[in-house]
Design a protein around this ligand. Structure first.
Ligand SMILES: [Zn+2]
Length: 167
């Protein structure tokens, strides 16, 4: 059955409903009290995505992505979704990778980390490089490696190709 409804955003639309009458009535009530029309729902989703991207990019020093403008726009969202997922589920993996990325790109941080571990910066760098070499041999579903790659790659294509990991 088709019903005309006024969504909670104030816009009107037609919805197709099935099932028992009581269920249909409940659905209509839901549309009118908290449902958004398709346009407003899309705008809401875009807003949420933009917020997430901003939040994640303020937490990490992520590389500027390379690709077509369309690829970049898409990949930036996937990257944010992916990192947010691990930030919630396995914060220490994210934290380890963050320290790792920082230390490899900043001699000052490398020296600090080495001092914490009571080894020389060169030794630390050697260990990190060995770890990275090893990571290449790990299966692609290994999330530590993927988190690291998502944080360091500048390839929009790589992120898009691996978008299923962000689901
Ligand atoms: Zn609306």
């Amino acid at each position: 059955m088709k019903y005309e409804v006024t969504y909670s955003c104030g816009h009107e639309g037609v919805v197709q409903l099935y099932g028992k009458e009581s269920e249909r009535k409940r659905k209509i009530e839901w549309y009118e009290s908290c449902g958004l029309c398709p346009e407003c729902y899309k705008a809401h989703t875009r807003e949420e995505e933009a917020k997430l991207v901003k939040d994640i990019e303020s937490k990490f020093d992520l590389p500027q992505l390379v690709g077509t403008p369309k690829q970049i726009e898409w990949a930036v969202k996937i990257r944010a979704k992916y990192l947010a997922k691990y930030l919630a589920r396995i914060p220490e993996v994210i934290e380890d990778c963050k320290l790792f990325v920082e230390a490899l790109s900043d001699p000052q941080k490398l020296a600090e980390r080495a001092a914490e571990m009571e080894i020389t910066p060169d030794e630390l760098k050697e260990r990190m490089t060995a770890f990275l070499d090893q990571m290449d041999k790990l299966p692609s579903y290994d999330y530590e490696r993927l988190v690291y790659l998502f944080m360091t790659t500048d390839s929009a294509k790589f992120i898009i190709d691996n978008r299923h990991w962000a689901e």
